[in-house]
Write a protein that binds this ligand. Structure first.
Ligand SMILES: NC(=O)c1ccc[n+]([C@@H]2O[C@H](COP(=O)([O-])OP(=O)(O)OC[C@H]3O[C@@H](n4cnc5c(N)ncnc54)[C@H](OP(=O)(O)O)[C@@H]3O)[C@@H](O)[C@H]2O)c1
Length: 237
């Protein structure tokens, strides 16, 4: 991590969440454990997030999507892809936005441009959030494994997560954030390269469970940078 990214982290205290389900809620738990304040949001309103806020304690609160977007120094978007146009643009201006979203036709409906592989889901989000800096992150790991595999900096069994983005500064912020919540980072390239870590590719899901056989039962298997890079390189469209 660069010295600049480390210095930026000193000023980054609040993480906003648009979507606070399996992945958003897990990242929020890791962020609170690492000392961040979090502002959660979902589609049904802040009152429906009381249980999670109570669990997370005084560093957590809930608001609307626009309030979570405005409050976050960094904002995690973790909703079904089909809802990406609902994400408020103005309060995210200038901010780094972490995009966990994946494309599943059975849930999201058809996106012809994704089916044709002419763009990626994170590029769609970037086109919507024209004034933000989108970084793809957390999208290739099952939320239970994400929670279980977090380790302090330097731990021998620390895992690595892939990120993809077009802005070097935003990727530096993301790397610093991941470092604080328990992960090393591999740079998988630009948003256009984001397909390399999407569903159906070798780096997706099963990499962190030790294979397909015991996916649901697996407590999570640590993944190092060499293993992740090899899987990213093996991805085919
Ligand atoms: N589950 C995983 O392990 C995993 C791993 C990697 C990536 N992903 C991807 O990450 C994204 C989130 O997955 P998830 O499993 O966390 O989903 P989830 O548990 O169903 O949570 C989705 C969250 O998004 C909120 N939401 C839905 N529509 C919204 C809208 N229009 N505006 C604001 N919030 C909205 C939901 O709020 P309500 O409940 O109020 O509707 C909920 O808090 C998906 O794209 C998924 O494919 C998931």
């Amino acid at each position: 991590m660069s010295g600049l990214a480390r210095r930026l982290m000193v000023f980054m205290t609040t993480v906003g969440f648009i979507g606070s389900g399996n992945i958003g809620g897990t990242v929020a738990r890791l962020a609170v454990a690492a000392g961040y304040d979090v502002v959660l949001s979902n589609s049904r309103g802040p009152q429906t997030l009381k249980e999670l806020v109570d669990e997370l304690g005084p560093k957590a609160s809930a608001g609307t999507s626009a309030e979570a977007a405005a409050a976050g120094d960094l904002v995690v978007v973790s909703i079904p892809l089909k809802a990406y146009r609902d994400i408020p643009v103005e309060p995210l201006a200038g901010k780094t936005v972490l995009d966990t979203n994946n494309y599943y036709t059975q849930r999201d409906g058809a996106f012809p441009e994704l089916d044709a592989a002419s763009t990626t889901s994170s590029e769609l989000l970037q086109r919507h959030l024209t004034t933000s800096k989108v970084v793809k992150a957390f999208n290739n790991i099952y939320f239970e494994h994400l929670r279980a595999l977090a380790r302090p900096t330097g731990a021998a069994d620390r895992s690595v997560l892939a990120i993809a983005g077009d802005d070097a500064g935003a990727k530096g912020e993301t790397t610093a954030f991941l470092d604080r919540i328990g992960y090393d980072t591999v740079d998988a390239g630009s948003l256009a390269d984001g397909w390399r870590l999407q569903p159906g590719t070798p780096s997706y899901g099963f990499l962190y469970s030790g294979g397909i056989e015991n996916f649901w039962e697996s407590p999570g298997v640590p993944v190092d940078a060499a293993a992740l890079r090899a899987k990213l390189a093996a991805a085919q469209r």
